[in-house]
Structures are given as structure tokens and as C-alpha cells.
Design a protein around this ligand. Structure first.
Ligand SMILES: Cc1cc2nc3c(=O)[nH]c(=O)nc-3n(C[C@H](O)[C@H](O)[C@H](O)COP(=O)(O)OP(=O)(O)OC[C@H]3O[C@@H](n4cnc5c(N)ncnc54)[C@H](O)[C@@H]3O)c2cc1C
Length: 455
């Protein structure tokens, strides 16, 4: 009989890598051999390629996330943030969403906390910038932009009206371009319900430091996307940087200066800062360095039991000349996750891990309803076919049949009825009502329930 203690595999982060790796491992390895513990502060995995569609209202925000407890039934889910990894002791420190921090030991660890927005010390960004990496940010952006239309429609102040109708997006990768194109489409759709506003007053500006957009779909398709956006009246500022945005005054490196009430920052990503709080070695750009087998390495030495993949890792791209690494993309993250899970299984069974090798297939991007651009396996598509390919590809990729069905249902409904273009701004101030009736707590008044001790 097998009396061996199950090995504990801790998964840090349940994103594209974490969810897929945990799912595969828990399905392919018996619980007597491995216990899979998934730690993430969010109760869901966010399918990030659907964030622009969620912001646009084409799909419900709830349907672009995958609930961990429902999907990872054979794993232990811990709702918290890993604040430290001490691989020397094979121990993680977890800050649960409530309560004191706890320590947990492991035999294997999958480090997959992904990336965060790469920010620069631009004055005013901290107060004015809106990120676009989480479902919360997508919901906020939608409400904020639609809210600006309401402000512009009623204000008697021409300057406020102009600033409210000026929307600036910084960064021309797929996150920035898809978000901008979808939101421009939404505003265009909403305007007929605002007789006070005219389309010519609306101004969308894209600020991009390089001389091209959408590098993910190649130079030719990127140029096509730029022409399409230009035709829609979007102001493309290539080879331009945002210098500052203090009090909403946008100052660009080309000398232009104007006021905007919306500034979305999507200028690239960098590895999660959580990696600073580990004793794992880091590469020159802050990533964990991995072997093609997805094992973390210190120089030439493979660290026993440490695995990584996705946006926080530098994984050699074996389809390219030596020195090339896989790009931070869902396409690589999901495929790496599968190889990673299989490799841990092999090691648990006493085998040798296998290398990850995948030739980047290209990319698809939506440019709003019925518009898109795609360059996949050498095939270039534009317009409706590209948009259709974008939807088909991503619905096939979002985990679980449940999510696929819900997303398709959302799209079908949005096809039959027009999509909703109202802001739910109150979501951000749920206690507003009580501030009028309840005096604030003061330090000399104990915070005990009124009537405590009485019947
Ligand atoms: C708007 C947008 C659109 C995109 N579109 C595409 C696309 O069309 N095609 C494509 O290939 N790629 C796309 N990407 C990129 C793709 O989503 C990422 O490359 C991919 O998500 C990386 O996967 P990951 O598992 O490394 O990180 P993520 O999926 O970001 O997951 C990281 C997880 O770690 C958790 N976490 C973070 N810190 C901690 C901590 N301290 N403790 C515990 N958990 C933690 C987070 O909560 C998160 O759940 C897009 C990205 C964005 C933002």
C-alpha cells in the first residue's frame, strides 16, 4: 500500500497560468500524490482579452471572469495575497483577505502572479490615470466615460464640456487599442440618446511612444488598424510621449497641451512587484528566469521545486534564435501552464520534465463592433472576418463551457437588442446615502453597537 504523504503544490496567482496549471494538475494527479493549493486575492480568474468587450458592454463583466471555487473543485482555494516566498525554507507567507498573515510550506511552487502596468513617474498620473488590467478597472472605465457624457450634456461651462468629451489613451498595444476602439464605438452608439451633444465634439486621442501600433499583429496589419482609427476621427499621436497630466492638463512631448477628464494608461507591463519579496533569483528586467522546462534557474542551477511561467517569467523561445524569450501573452501563458503541470506530474512520478516550445501564432484584435484585424498563422484578415475570428478564438479559449455559453448568450442578446449605454456611477459610492443621516464616528466615541447590553 502507498503510505507516502501527498506532495503540496502551491500555485501563486490564479490567472492564465495558475488556473490552467492547477486544473490540469488536479485532474491528472491523484489527491493521494499531490495536494494543489491555489492562492489569489481575487475569487476569480480574469480572462483579460475580454476586458475591452466587458468595458464596452458587449458581455457582462461577470462572464469575463471564471469563479475559482466552481472551476477548481479538486484544489484548495486560499483567498489571500502571497506576501513572501522563502524558497530556502520552502515556505510562503499569505495575507488572507481578513485576519493575520499565515505561513504555509510546500514541496513545489508555481510562481505566477503575472504583471502590473508599467508606469513612469509622469506628474499627475497617480491622481488621473486609469489602468486597464482588472475587471474592476474595466467597469470603472465604462462608468466613467458614460458619466462624462452626462456631465458634458448638462454643464453650462464650455471648458468642462470640452474636457469631458476628451478621452486620452496612452499605449498602442492590444490592451490600449482594443480599449480605445471599443470605447469610441460605445460613445458613438450612445450619442443619439444625447441630443445636446454632437459627434464632432468628441475627441479620442491615442498617445504612443513608438512609430506603430498593435505590434502583436505585425507591421502591415498595424498600419491598417491605424488607418481605420484615423478614418474614425481618432487622433493618433505616434512617436509622442505623455509628459504630464496634472489636474487633467495633458502635456505631450510634441508640445500640445489640452485638458481631458479621462486618461487611460496601457503603456506596457512589468513583472509583478511581489517578486521583490522572494529569495528567488531575478533576471535583468525583474523577471524570474526559467529553463524551457519552466523550472526557475539561478544561473545554470535548477532550483528544486520552483516553477514559473507567464508574464512574470522569462522563458526561452525555442522557435527563435538563442537569446529570445516568449512574449507576455495569454497565448504563451495558457500553453506554458499545460506543459508546466505535465512536468510537475512527471517529476512527481520520477520522470524528467520536457521543454516548452510554441511558435507564436500571431494575434487577433477587435476594433469595435464588427471591426477587427488579425494576423494568425500567416493569414491576414481585416474588418468583419477578423472581428469574427477574434470572437471565435477567444470564446474557444475562455475556460469552462459555462463561461462560453454565457458569453455567446450575451453577444446574441446584444445583437438582437442594442447594447446598454448607461453609466452605473453610483456603484462607486455605496455609503453616500448614510453620510447625510449618520454623524461620523469620533475618537472619543466608542465604536460599539448602539444599544449593546440592553434588550
Ligand atoms: C486588456 C488586455 C487584453 C489582452 N488581450 C490579449 C490577447 O488578445 N491575446 C493574448 O495573447 N494576450 C492578451 N493579453 C495579455 C494576457 O492577458 C496576459 O499575458 C496573461 O494574462 C498572462 O497570464 P499570467 O497568468 O502570467 O498573469 P495573469 O493572468 O494576470 O494572472 C496573475 C494572477 O496572479 C494574481 N496575483 C497577483 N499578485 C499576487 C500575489 N501576491 N499573491 C497571489 N496572487 C497574486 C492576480 O490576482 C491574477 O489572478 C491582454 C491583456 C490585457 C490587460
Amino acid at each position: 500500500m502507498d503510505h507516502v504523504r501527498p506532495q503540496r503544490v502551491i500555485v501563486v496567482g490564479a490567472g492564465h497560468v495558475g488556473l490552467y496549471a492547477a486544473l490540469r494538475l488536479s485532474r491528472r494527479v491523484s489527491p493521494r500524490r499531490a495536494e494543489v493549493v491555489v492562492i489569489d486575492p481575487q475569487p476569480h480568474m480574469t480572462y483579460q482579452p475580454f476586458l475591452p468587450e466587458a468595458a464596452a458592454g458587449n458581455i457582462s463583466p461577470r462572464h469575463s471572469v471564471v469563479p475559482l471555487r466552481r472551476e477548481l473543485k479538486r484544489c484548495r482555494i486560499v483567498s489571500g495575497e502571497v506576501t513572501r516566498i522563502e524558497h530556502d525554507r520552502k515556505t510562503v507567507t499569505v495575507q488572507p483577505i481578513e485576519g493575520p498573515p499565515t505561513e504555509m510550506t510546500y514541496d513545489h511552487i508555481i510562481v505566477a502572479p503575472g504583471s502590473v502596468s508599467r508606469t513612469l513617474p509622469v506628474p499627475g498620473l497617480r491622481e488621473r490615470g486609469i489602468g486597464f488590467k482588472t475587471i474592476g478597472e474595466a467597469i470603472y472605465l465604462r462608468n466613467h466615460i458614460l458619466d462624462r457624457l452626462d456631465v458634458a450634456a448638462v454643464t453650462p461651462d464650455a471648458a468642462v464640456r470640452k474636457a469631458s468629451l476628451t478621452f486620452v489613451f496612452v499605449g498602442g498595444g492590444y490592451a490600449g487599442i482594443e480599449a480605445l476602439a471599443e470605447m469610441e464605438d460605445v460613445v458613438r452608439d450612445a450619442l443619439p440618446t444625447y441630443p445636446e451633444l454632437r459627434q464632432e465634439e468628441v475627441r479620442f486621442v491615442l498617445v504612443e511612444a513608438t512609430n506603430r501600433i498593435l505590434p502583436e499583429v505585425g507591421a502591415k496589419m498595424g498600419a491598417y488598424a491605424a488607418r481605420q482609427l484615423d478614418r474614425r476621427g481618432i487622433d493618433l499621436r505616434l512617436e509622442t510621449r505623455l509628459e504630464s497630466c496634472v489636474d487633467g492638463w495633458v502635456v505631450l512631448s510634441d508640445g500640445d497641451r489640452f485638458k481631458a477628464e479621462t486618461l487611460v494608461w496601457t503603456a506596457g507591463v512589468k513583472p509583478s512587484p511581489m517578486l521583490d519579496r522572494t529569495d528567488l533569483p531575478r533576471g535583468p528586467r525583474g523577471h524570474l528566469t526559467a529553463r524551457p522546462t519552466l523550472q526557475v534557474v539561478d544561473g545554470d542551477r535548477v532550483l528544486d521545486g520552483a516553477w514559473t511561467a507567464g508574464d512574470c517569467a522569462q522563458v526561452p523561445d525555442l522557435t527563435k534564435p538563442e537569446g529570445a524569450y516568449c512574449s507576455p501573452s495569454a497565448q504563451h501563458a495558457v500553453r506554458q501552464a499545460k506543459v508546466l503541470a505535465d512536468n510537475i506530474r512527471l517529476v512527481l512520478l520520477g520522470g524528467e520534465p520536457k521543454p516548452y516550445k510554441h511558435k507564436y501564432a500571431g494575434s487577433v484584435a477587435s476594433l469595435g463592433l464588427h471591426k477587427g484585424v488579425a494576423h494568425v498563422y500567416g493569414i491576414k484578415l481585416t474588418g468583419l472576418p477578423a472581428w469574427f475570428m477574434h470572437r471565435t478564438y477567444h470564446v474557444s479559449r475562455i475556460p469552462s463551457f459555462n463561461r462560453k455559453a454565457r458569453v455567446v448568450a450575451d453577444w446574441t442578446l446584444a445583437f438582437v437588442f442594442r447594447r446598454e449605454t448607461i453609466s452605473l456611477g453610483q456603484l462607486h459610492e455605496p455609503r453616500e446615502e448614510f453620510t447625510h443621516v449618520t454623524p461620523p464616528l469620533t475618537s472619543d466615541r466608542p465604536a460599539e453597537p448602539v444599544g449593546a447590553g440592553t434588550r
